[in-house]
Design a protein around this ligand. Sequence first.
Ligand code: MG
Length: 385
Amino acid sequence: MNTERRNFLKSASLLSGSVALGSIIPAGAVWASPLFEHKKGKLTLRYRAYTLELKHAFGVALNTRKTTPVVLTELEYDGLKGYGEASMPPYLGESHESVLKFLGKVDLGQFKDPFQMEEILDYVDGVDSKNTAAKACVDIALHDLTGKMMKQPWHKIWGFNADKTPLTSFTIGIDTKEVVLEKMKETEPFKVIKIKIGREESDKMMVETVRSQTDKPLTIDANQGWKDKQYALDMAHYLKEKGALFLEQPMPKEMPDEIAWVTERSPLPIIGDESVQRLADVKKAHGIYHGINIKLMKCTGMREAHKMLTLARALDMKVMIGCMTETSCAVSAAAQLSPMMDWADLDGNLLIKNDVYDGMTVVDGRITLNNLPGIGVKPIKVKKG
Ligand code: MG
């Protein structure tokens, strides 16, 4: 065992179960999991595991689940604290264990100035080859921290207009007709409904059920569910007739030629999500998809998301921003990029019962950014007991 690992374990065991540090993430909450702290140099990184409880079981093409594991981070410098989050839905291959292990290897003590963001985040990216969500929770906390040091929100630092935020969709997962009808009651404030499909036996039932309740525009996500390109193209025509705006990831990412075939003929924009994880994937997606879905948890955070947005625009591609089930922390970080997006799907915080942050809000179906510095979040004060 190397020294770094030993020190981490020592620090972890000392702090295990501790809630006495005062500035815990966020203050006042009752935590079942231990807080870890790396205090070296001027940058202190704290983190702990947390489990999000979903309001409804969430069904997509390949699975259904009721909870999502996350890790909450706090990066402190000179008395200021930046907040971050990693969310780990099963398909990303990360877990509480893998993220805690990753963060145990991160040593930010070597950096004297939080504004050395490119260097710091290149270093974090190099700690391991995967772990994109783990990297994102450091990236988001660093952006929140530096935004607070500059006393400005990131959408302003980037030069975006907060009045130009898009509508956000509200997502209906794959379920029975009865449950879909029940979930439709929650869609009232939203102007766009996103429907998860991708199981041939229920695809049209899902769309017809939603359509029986509303004539709002739909966005559709098949989450790689279809294997037959002709079926995918037929569905694109059917969905166009039903008032869909675009179709996300119709087929598995391992089938780029078939997806390109569908894109070439589709009456709807075809958007790559699972196929487009990081910056290097944007170039590959050009010619296969009309656009890309950027998510902080796939691309290691705000720094790379901003680069993907810029590259996709240069390639004349459509761009949307999405999220996982997350607290308002990661959702608000993503929302900083939203004024430049064609579409947004930032409802992850609204699908959970136990959020621990206040952040961006949805007003009349539109993403509404506040003027707080950094990523625009405040911890919710949760009563003890
Ligand atoms: Mg998707």
